[in-house]
Design a protein around this ligand. Structure first.
Ligand SMILES: Cc1cc2nc3c(=O)[nH]c(=O)nc-3n(C[C@H](O)[C@H](O)[C@H](O)COP(=O)(O)OP(=O)(O)OC[C@H]3O[C@@H](n4cnc5c(N)ncnc54)[C@H](O)[C@@H]3O)c2cc1C
Length: 323
């Protein structure tokens, strides 16, 4: 008997884990990944992934490589560099038709694992002078980048773990780090403690609550005008600026495709991520979602991998009768 096909959209840790489980549960999983390689956000993580059990000393990039190797060894079907064009559901049957630029796939279920993207220029576009920063080499949005800022004055904008981590990482070698936080610091207590230690050591200045009003680029230097609490506006000059503005879910395209294709609308939660029950079923029958685009409160590899294991089990339970 032909195995039931489950299309997995997104080939990060969540999508790969889902495919592995589905294969061993007797399905034919097909991963559709829009980029040229599997691995998701771990492909831009040059830091040691100290949080994932069993891989001490490995960077995120190395872990992504291991995951890819596992997918190869298991001969999991993967469509790379593949753009979704349309998703429809046949009226008479429960099957989905999934169209990419190259082919049409008929699937009995869909697992969405498209993760998140880091916020970039769009998150500062409304600030006066921000367009000038586009001309500068000394501006960075990518949380996986390690800027060369030895002996320089650096601004870091963002009070989450990425902002705090970047400030601490650069403080060792920079001349000074200005950390801008809009309201409250939100990172792990451990990261907050490290920032406090660097503040005490005179390496980091914390501006909080701070609102940035203007950027200005003059002779390779970046000028930041901001207001801190009730103080008067002030301007500081920095050599380099790192924005760590958080993440947004990769859902717009999927929501639109399901909607336009006549499949019912996907329900989102109040944070704008996909709403699921605790077994990762979405509001649409036989559509599941897992990983960062669901668990935005705990975005990490362990959660992504674990969640898609649960999603795969839900697929098995829902389609079990005639696998
Ligand atoms: C710099 C950095 C460091 C990190 N460090 C750690 C760490 O040390 N430890 C840890 O546990 N976690 C870390 N994380 C978080 C971790 O990488 C994520 O939690 C994890 O990758 C989430 O997996 P995911 O599969 O849900 O999503 P992702 O990894 O984001 O994968 C989603 C995939 O879906 C694809 N996709 C998106 N839209 C579409 C579409 N329309 N069609 C097809 N494919 C699509 C994307 O290209 C991507 O490959 C880090 C993240 C960053 C950015």
């Amino acid at each position: 008997m032909m195995k039931k096909i489950v299309v997995i959209i997104g080939g990060g840790p969540a999508g790969m884990s889902c495919a592995l489980w589905l294969k061993h549960l007797g399905f034919h999983p097909i991963i559709i990944e829009k980029s040229k390689q599997l691995g998701g956000l771990q492909t831009i993580n040059p830091f040691h992934n100290r949080w994932y059990l069993g891989v001490p000393g490995q960077t995120g990039k190395e872990l992504a490589q291991q995951f890819r190797r596992h997918v190869e060894i298991e001969f999991l079907t993967t469509l790379l560099d593949s753009k979704l064009k349309r998703i429809t559901r046949k009226k008479t049957k429960d099957n989905f038709s999934i169209f990419t630029e190259e082919q049409e796939i008929t699937a009995q279920a869909i697992a969405i694992a498209t993760g998140q993207r880091f916020k970039s220029y769009e998150s500062i576009e409304s600030i006066a002078g921000s367009n000038q920063l586009l001309l500068s080499q000394n501006v960075c949005f990518n949380p996986g980048a390690i800027p060369r800022t030895h002996g320089q004055v650096v601004a870091v904008v963002g009070g989450g773990d990425n902002g705090l981590g970047t400030a601490v990482m650069l403080a060792d070698t920079a001349k000074h780090v200005h950390l801008f936080v809009r309201s409250q610091i939100r990172g792990f207590g451990m990261n907050q403690k490290m920032v406090l230690d660097y503040i005490e050591a005179g390496k980091i200045t914390l501006h909080k609550p701070a609102t940035i009003h203007q950027f200005d680029l003059r002779e390779e230097k970046i000028y930041v005008t901001f207001k801190e609490g009730d103080n008067r506006s002030e301007e500081i000059q920095v050599d380099y600026i790192c924005f760590r503005m958080g993440f947004a879910p990769n859902i717009e395209e999927i929501v639109e495709l399901l909607d336009v294709g006549g499949v019912v609308s996907l329900e989102l939660n109040s944070a704008g991520y996909i709403a699921t029950d605790r077994f990762l079923r979405t509001s649409i029958a036989n559509v599941y979602a897992a990983g960062d685009l669901v668990s935005f409160w705990d975005p990490c590899v362990a959660t992504a991998v674990g969640q898609d294991t649960i999603a795969a089990r839900s697929v098995e339970e829902d389609l079990r009768s005639n696998v």
